[in-house]
Design a protein around this ligand. Sequence first.
Ligand code: HEC
Ligand code: HEC
Length: 431
Amino acid sequence: MVRSVNLRRNQSFKRFALMALGLGAVWLAETAVVARYTRPTESQLAQGKELFEHKWTEHDSLSGGGDGLGPVFNATSCVECHFQGTVGGAGPNKFNVKTFEILPTKKEPLPLAGIVHASAVKPELVESASTVRRHNPIVKNGMKVIGGCRIDIVDFDPIHYDTSNTPALFGLGQIDKISPMAIRTQAVKRSLGSATKEFSLNFNSTPIGRVRVLPDGRIGKFGWKAQFATLKEFVAAACAGELGLSNPMKKQHVPQEYREDKDAKLDMTRQQFTALVSYVENIPAPRRERPTDIAAQTIVDRGEALFASVGCADCHTPNIDGVQGVYSDFSLHTLTDNLNAGYVKETEVPLPKDHPALDEWKTPALWGVADSAPYFHDGGSPDLASAIERHAGAARHVRNRYRALSEEDRAAIVAFLKTLRAPAGEPVANR
Ligand code: HEC
Ligand code: HEC
C-alpha cells in the first residue's frame, strides 16, 4: 500500500515536471495568432443576413452558374435550423442531422465522417442507411473481443451513426479569435492543477480534456467534436453539406457517394460567400440577464458560486483568451461510462492517436444555454436539469457532488444557467 502510494506520488511528481516543461514548450511553439480582420461594410452584413435567411430552391436565381439547392440537402435555409431566440440560434430535434463515421479498416485506414442527407431534389437520389452500407460493407472477422481469458474474432461493422442537434451561432466571431495557444495553455494549467492535487493525494479531480489536434496540426474549436479550426471553414462546410451549395471553399456532395463533387459549378460567388461569413462572424454574443429582484439575484449568485465549487467550471471554463462568460475549455471529454468494463474490443485498425473516440465530445460553450434546448450533441436532454444529470464518465464525480447538494442549491445552479440568454434580436416566426 505504502509502496503504491509512493509510486503514485513519484509518478505525479514526474508528471508535474513534464507538464511544467510542456507549458514552456507550448509558449515557445505557438506565438500568439493575430487574426487578420477587416471590418465588413453594412451592405456586406445585410447581404450576408439575406443569404443566411434565404430559402434556396433548385436552380435558385441567387446561385449564378450553379444548380442551386441540392442535389442532396437537409433544409432549405440556414435559419430553418438556426433560429431559437433569434436568427442564428439553436434548433429543435426536428432538424437533427443524421451523421456517421466510418471507422478505419485495413482497406480504408483513415476514418471518414459523413452526413446522411434528409432530402434530395429527385427521389432516386435520396440517401439512406443502405446507400451508406453500399460503400462500407461489414468486415468479415474484423474485430477481436478479449474478455477475461477468452478471445473471440467477430465480424466488424465500420459504420457508426450519430445524431447532431443544431447549436446556436451567437458570438462565434469571438470564439474564432481564441488562440490555439490559449486553449493549450488552459489544458496544461488544468493538468498542473490536477497533478498538484494528486501530489497531495486528492485523486478526486476532473480529468483534463484532450485538445483536438486536426490531421494538419491545427487546433479544432467548432462543431460538437471540435472538427473545424476556423469559422470560415465551418460555414463553407455548412453551405455545401446542409444546403448543397458549392462555394469557393467547399463543393456540394455527390448524392449517395459521401464525397465532394469536384466538378460542381459554384452556387455562391466568392463575394457572396465572404458576405455570409462576415455575417456569421458578427452575430452578436449571448448576454447575461440578471434578475432585477434582489432575492432572485441572491439565488443566481449562489448558483454561480456552486457551479465553480462543485467543479462544473473545470470544463465549462468561464473565460478564455479575453472572451468573457463563454463557459468552455474547447476540449474533448468522455461523459459516458465504459459499459463493457472487463472487455476490450480491438478493431482491425485503431483510430489515429489524435482522433476523438466515438463518445468524446467538445465541452459546449454554455453562454446562451437558456435558449438552446434540447441539450447534448444529440439533443437527447430536453432541459437543463436532465442535461446535468446525464454527466457521467469524466464528469461523474462532479455530477455526484451536484446530486449531493440540497434541492435549493441544485435549483440555484439551474437558475444561474437560465441567466445565460440568447442576444436580444428579432424573433423568428413560424417554425
Ligand atoms: C439541417 C439543419 C441545419 C442547417 C440547414 C444549417 N445548420 Fe449549421 N449546424 C447544424 C448542426 C446539426 C450543427 C452541429 C454540427 C456538428 O457539430 O457536427 C451545426 C453547426 C454549425 C456551425 C458550428 C457551430 C459551433 O459552435 O461550432 C456553424 C458555424 C453553422 N452551423 C453555420 C451554418 C450556416 C452558415 C448555415 C447555412 C449555410 C447552416 N449552418 C445551416 C444544423 C444546420
Ligand atoms: C469533464 C468535463 C465536464 C464537467 C465537469 C461538466 N461538464 Fe457539462 N458538458 C461537458 C461536455 C463534454 C458536454 C457535451 C456532451 C455531449 O454533447 O455529449 C457538456 C454539456 C453540458 C450541458 C448541455 C449544453 C448544450 O449546449 O447541450 C450543460 C447544460 C452542462 N454541460 C452543464 C454542466 C454543469 C451544470 C456541470 C456541473 C454540475 C457540468 N456541466 C460539468 C463537459 C463537462
